[in-house]
Unconditional design. Structure first.
Length: 214
């Protein structure tokens, strides 16, 4: 429901010969969606000729909205009507002598939990004197050779290490873990190639994985 002020309605609308109460009723009813449905109760005339009371009327769906306060303030040209359906208008409440409704303050929205940090390709901490590689695949010798050739065509520096008849394809080595991690992110983003950052132990010896990625 809402409280709203309406423009001046002249006494001429009420017709000649009406009492102040009847004129006020007609002025108030004129502001309703369905003036003919107006119901009044608790009316009283103030010392200055204004009228206070409660009014009920039908809404656009044809149902009664419920009684709400009104103030028909008398002026030289007619009545200025203020409808206060929610009893929240301080001016009308003071003039008509009813308690002002307490409008509840909305509860503050709960604080949002911090968003989880985005996963990044973090490897082990830097170690002085240790080089790093990106391990990409474990496959047959033929497939490793083809993948190595493809990587060279992309501008990378691959190498293949074998152990127990398994060939593993690497890119590197790099002087720092961060450089190897950056290269892994580049491979993943640009070519959809997944892998892990491992310590480099030479092209003839398989490095031991340090931290797995993706």
């Amino acid at each position: 429901m809402r409280t709203f002020s309406l423009l001046m309605v002249t006494l001429a609308l009420a017709g000649c010969g009406d009492s102040a109460m009847e004129s006020a009723h007609k002025a108030v009813a004129y502001q309703l969606t369905d003036p003919a449905s107006a119901q009044f109760r608790g009316d009283r005339e103030l010392a200055d000729g204004s009228v206070c009371g409660e009014v009920n009327g039908k809404n656009t769906y044809g149902a009664y909205s419920g009684f709400g306060h009104y103030l028909a303030r008398k002026g030289s040209d007619g009545f200025q009507v203020t409808l206060d359906q929610s009893s929240a208008n301080a001016v009308v409440a003071q003039a008509c002598g009813y308690p002002l409704a307490v409008v509840p303050t909305p509860a503050p929205a709960p604080a949002l939990a911090p968003a989880p940090a985005m996963a990044t390709s973090k490897g082990p901490a830097e170690i002085a004197g240790v080089k790093w590689s990106v391990q990409l695949a474990s496959t047959s010798a033929g497939s490793a050779a083809l993948m190595s050739k493809k990587l060279k065509g992309m501008g990378y520096a691959p190498y293949v290490a074998r152990e127990d008849n398994v060939s593993r394809v690497f890119v590197g080595p790099f002087d720092s873990r961060s450089e190897a991690t950056h290269k892994l992110d580049q491979l993943r983003h640009d070519h959809k190639i997944r892998g892990i950052v491992v310590r480099y132990r030479g092209t003839g010896d398989l490095p031991a994985p340090a931290v797995a990625h993706g």
